[in-house]
Design a protein around this ligand. Structure first.
Ligand code: CA
Length: 246
């Protein structure tokens, strides 16, 4: 299947620095978004290490070519995230100002007819198919745990003061447990990876409408999504990658 992709990151309207990073590598079929935390410099360091390590590790495992099978893709992503976790932990040791440094990550490795997606934290992957938007990932966040236990409703969670608290991240402990999923792709599918700056500002209906209106043009989709998040206030950094299948 032929894929087209575009990625865009924006500081937003409130923050003075951008702690998000992203990667679009069409040669290897690797796409990733990382949202750093732990204060300005530290958050940027964590997300930068995560993206660089993912790129290096997956490129090395695939020898620069697309990965063939789901099992290899899964292993490649898991190994890359474990390496990134270790490197972020190492870079925190001995630096008091980096205490609490970590990053979320959502990474997609495209195979011929499917996408393997790994995530840690609250950066998300969505799939638009036949005009319907589906959230593929489940946030590793305090509010999402409350929703799953029936304590909070999804609408309460959406702008809850504790919505930024993630329960899993890279760099905050010695081991890492990504969720990995495998999704068959069909022509005209659109995949969206994003940091929470997008989905906190925009509801799913708005995201769906923008993806539908972009009609398979990933750059147009990314620009409209970022503009819309900023029009809603741009409270956080917003990063998006859209991958469309033809
Ligand atoms: Ca964020």
């Amino acid at each position: 299947m032929k894929l087209r992709a575009y990625g865009l990151s924006d500081v937003g309207r409130v923050r003075d620095s951008n702690e998000d990073q992203f990667l679009v590598d069409e040669g290897v079929g690797l796409y990733a978004v990382a949202d750093g935390m732990g204060g300005h410099a530290a958050g940027e360091i964590a997300s930068e290490i995560a993206i660089r390590t993912l790129a290096d590790s997956v490129r090395k495992a695939s020898e620069g070519a697309p990965t063939a099978g789901s099992a290899e893709a899964r292993e490649s992503l898991e190994q890359a995230l474990a390496s990134a976790n270790r490197l972020i932990c190492e870079s925190t040791a001995g630096h008091d100002e980096r205490r609490g440094m970590g990053t979320t990550v959502v990474a997609l490795l495209a195979l011929h007819d499917r996408a393997v997606i790994a995530h840690v934290g609250d950066s998300r992957a969505y799939l638009l198919r036949d005009g319907k938007l589906r959230l593929l990932t489940s946030d590793h966040s305090w509010v999402n745990e409350q929703v799953r236990m029936g304590i909070l409703s999804p609408s309460d969670a959406h702008r809850h003061p504790m919505r930024n608290v993630v329960t899993r991240a890279l760099g905050t402990r010695g081991d890492v447990h990504p969720d990995v999923l495998d999704e068959p792709l069909k022509p005209r599918d659109a995949l969206l990876l994003c940091s929470d700056g997008l989905n906190v500002m925009l509801g799913d209906d708005r995201i769906r409408d923008i993806l539908v209106a972009a009609n398979g043009d990933p750059e147009k989709a990314c620009r409209t999504l970022v503009d819309a998040a900023n029009e809603e206030g741009g409270d956080d950094n917003t990063t998006v990658i859209v991958v469309t299948a033809a």
